[in-house]
Design a protein around this ligand. Structure first.
Ligand code: ADP
Ligand code: MG
Length: 228
């Protein structure tokens, strides 16, 4: 994929949640764009709307006003099947809490997003390669309860990458980790970004993490402001 290709574009994005007496407006008109292979970090305190914004970026949620475009395509114009395909093939998600299925092994968890594929053997090989890459091949038959917090997040990263997404969205990916594991996970994400020419957006309330994924934006009052 060539550089300077517009991958993600949000224009005038407004997002509200139903509330009484009036809706809670969380995003007040967000403009944001990200080229293929680029990073961005979005910083803001708890409750300011970071997860809401990331869900809109990842097409998990539609804006109430404004548009989300991925590779120039307005997601509001897509049908359910097109959206599911887009999410599955273009976007990987990593959350604060790993969201792994507790009854499944590391390998099975990594394979979940690839289960719809016809090429099961190829998907399994790819999952094993990814587990190797994140340093967990030997742990492939372990369940999440048998792994450390950092190891669980590395499985979650491998799962996010199984379909080779162009965009990785990470919501407080190190929020549940100790300092050492958090640094390791950030190192891993940045290495993977270089290796795969993948774009990454990290949202976090931790400034030191955000700075590693610069350029940095502050989410404040429902608007994004570029920071140094
Ligand atoms: P952050 O990720 O920065 O902590 P969120 O995006 O989760 O912030 O939430 C932003 C605001 O929207 C908060 O005030 C939260 O309580 C509210 N909120 C989030 N999700 C919902 C929902 N599904 N329904 C109603 N209010 C919500
Ligand atoms: Mg959040």
């Amino acid at each position: 994929m060539s550089q300077n290709t517009l991958l993600l574009e949000l224009t005038g994005v407004v997002k509200e949640y139903p509330a009484s007496p009036e809706p809670l407006r969380v995003l007040h008109g967000i403009d944001f764009s990200l080229d293929a292979g680029e990073c961005a970090a979005i910083l803001g305190p708890s409750g300011c709307g970071k997860s809401t914004l990331l869900n809109v970026m990842g097409s998990l949620d539609l804006p109430d006003a404004g548009t989300t475009r991925i590779r120039g395509n307005d997601i509001a114009a897509m049908n359910a099947a097109e959206l599911a395909r887009l999410r599955n093939h273009e976007i990987g998600f990593v959350f604060q809490l790993h969201h792994l299925l507790p009854q499944c092994t590391a390998l099975e968890n990594v394979l979940i997003p690839a289960m719809v594929h016809e090429h099961r053997d190829r998907a399994r090989e790819q999952a094993l390669r990814l587990l190797e890459r994140v340093g967990l091949r030997e742990r492939r038959h372990h369940r999440p309860g048998e792994l450390s917090g950092g190891e669980r997040q590395r499985v979650a990263v491998a799962r996010a990458l199984i379909n080779n997404p162009a965009l990785l969205l990470a919501d407080e990916p190190t929020g549940a980790l100790n300092e050492e594991a958090a640094t390791e996970l950030a190192d891993l994400l940045l290495e993977l970004r270089r290796e795969r020419n993948m774009a990454i957006v990290v949202v976090t309330h931790a400034r030191d993490l955000a700075e590693r994924f610069a350029p940095l934006y502050q989410l404040h009052g429902g608007r994004l402001e570029r920071r140094e």
